[in-house]
Design a protein around this ligand. Structure first.
Ligand code: DGY
Length: 326
């Protein structure tokens, strides 16, 4: 009977798959709805065959060694897997899996929620209204910026970046993007978009939306120099990973008017929010909601559990990010 450790309860679509495949006795779930404390994680993984962590759990060599040599899979409950030391897992021949595809459209929707909210000052306006400070309609009051017809710059043209671009068509926007891959004219045609370099993206976009993965080379890809290169009227949106943005530099740029606003769903040190960002009325700040719909979280749970089941049944886990480990 294999032993599976789930570091925080996930939706039933995943839990039931594990229970049906291996029986309830095989599965241990950290019982509290909170980020599992490190000591409990190190204790919980001892002797397990499969670990199902979530993106807030740092899964490094220490965790893998605490589990022991029988650990056969780390099935991350997220598409991003920067919380897992993949090199350490590969060195121990442990496959790491993620949950790609199912959260693409949901995260693109949330990106648009941020674009519209920051451009039309939704957060700031609601705060005024709820505080009883709305004096009634005024011709010069809370004026924002139009979205339709503007230029959207997408930094990282993977699945989510493309889904954001598709929605931009309905807003009659010009779409620019940067990509690690060669610019492909077919792609430009399909998405009504133009591949450009980062300098052009920053200089020409009214909205810059970040969709790259967190890699050593994308840490602080947006800092003081980038904000200086953007239009003063431009907005920055981030639904990827927090450390892609230098938050100290962003708060300065928002306060000094170097850029017009920011819509953020992710932060450098979640759940801590940079205190200076909290003071910026021109920032819309969400608590990492990108994939947070019941439909999508259910699908993510199903995928993560499917990977565990496949691996423990001796099959290839479908979403392995380090095939060298197999
Ligand atoms: C992911 O899966 O990487 C998302 O950030 C979760 O919301």
């Amino acid at each position: 009977m294999p032993k599976i450790f789930v570091a925080r309860r996930i939706p039933d679509q995943g839990m039931n798959l594990l229970y049906d495949a291996f029986g309830r006795e095989s599965v241990t779930v950290y019982p509290k709805d909170e980020v599992i404390p490190r000591a409990k994680l190190l204790e919980g993984v001892k002797g397990v065959d499969a670990l199902l962590p979530i993106l807030t759990d740092r899964i490094d060599a220490e965790v893998m060694d605490a589990a022991g040599p029988q650990l056969k899979i780390i099935a991350n409950f997220a598409v991003g897997y920067n919380n897992v030391d993949v090199a350490a897992a590969t060195a121990r021949r442990i496959p790491v899996t993620n949950t790609p595809g199912v959260l693409t459209e949901t995260t693109a929707d949330l990106t648009w929620a941020l674009i519209l909210a920051v451009a039309r000052r939704v957060g700031e306006s609601e705060r005024i209204l709820r505080a009883g400070q709305w004096p009634g309609w005024g011709p010069m009051q809370l004026m924002g910026s139009d979205v339709f017809g503007k230029t959207l710059g997408i930094f990282g043209f993977g699945r989510i970046g493309k889904a954001v671009a598709r929605r931009a068509k309905a807003f009659d926007m010009r779409v620019l993007y940067t990509s690690r891959d060669e610019v492909d004219p077919e792609l430009d045609h399909e998405y009504h978009a133009h591949g450009v370099d980062k300098a052009a993206l920053l200089a020409e976009s009214d909205f810059v939306s970040v969709h790259c993965p967190l890699l050593p080379e994308t840490i602080h890809a947006f800092g003081a120099a980038e904000f200086k290169a953007m239009k003063k009227t431009a907005y920055l949106i981030n639904t990827s990973r927090g450390p892609v943005i230098d938050e100290t530099a962003l708060a300065k740029a928002l306060k000094s008017g170097e850029i017009a606003g920011a819509g953020l769903d992710v932060y450098e040190e979640e759940p801590k929010i940079h205190p200076e960002l909290l003071k910026c009325e021109n920032a819309v700040l969400l608590p990492h909601l990108g994939s947070a719909t019941s439909e999508t979280r259910g699908k993510m749970a199903h995928i993560a559990a499917t990977n565990v089941v496949a691996r423990l049944k001796g099959e290839r886990p479908p979403n392995c990010v380090n095939p060298d480990a197999l």
